[in-house]
Design a protein around this ligand. Sequence first.
Ligand code: NAD
Length: 257
Amino acid sequence: MSKLLEGKTALVMGVANRWSIAYAISSAFVREGANLILTYQAERQKATVEELGTELGASKILMCDVTKQAELDGLAETLKASETTLDIVVHSIAFAKPEDLSRPYVETTREGYLLAQEVSAYSLVALSRMCAPLMPNGGSILTLSYLGAVRVVPNYNVMGVAKAALEASVRYLASDLGPANIRVNAISAGAIKTAAARGIKDFSKLLGGVAERSPLKRTTDPAEVADTAVFLGSNLGRGVTGNVIYVDAGYQIMGMQ
Ligand code: NAD
């Protein structure tokens, strides 16, 4: 059987370690024949991401903090200089202060609110603007969201509000970039134990509840999220844009929580 992403180049942003959702997505992309380009946030992730990227056969491993416009511009310049064009862009990035993921939402500070929005939502807008000119053949931009965008999930707080902005951005970006045949979608992943998730108070309790109550009676495997990313990045997803696809063992349909 032919591979689904043969001949496609994918930029994946947000690998921090082997447990990152972006790592599962990168592995699936490589399995399906994609040329992989990875970015990491800062020096402290460099050694790990270089090791993982080398294992995966990534063609480039670059640093880019999405809150720094100069680093986004630098990334675009590096890709342009090597005449790289992109078919798939994965935004798997979020951050909020730990204190904003543990106390009541009403206590969120202005600074904490703006930080969560900048890193977790605005960065998709900046990234899409940067990448669109590098996608002359159209392509697929995807981001990662969570149920807390549309429902109150204990302690998700400011990140839920950022994910709501992210999901709305997906729709506006899909409308803007559709004429260039660039599709923009979000995968709303079920709860998965990663470094980012560990910052949310009582996260293990939340995982237990999902396993008990979801239709599939289990939590989400990152490989399931990754396979949906393959679908959205491939020609199979060519008719899908502006959507939020839930990969969560069905948890979001349940009324009794
Ligand atoms: P993770 O900690 O492995 O990944 C988060 C990534 O964001 C890290 O690589 C980190 O370096 C990066 N990042 C943070 N600030 C950045 C910045 N300024 N510039 C560049 N990169 C930055 O955790 P994860 O769970 O794999 O998170 C990936 C995405 O999936 C996030 O958007 C998260 O909200 C989303 N998500 C996670 C879950 C879950 O339960 N783990 C569920 C649904 C959605």
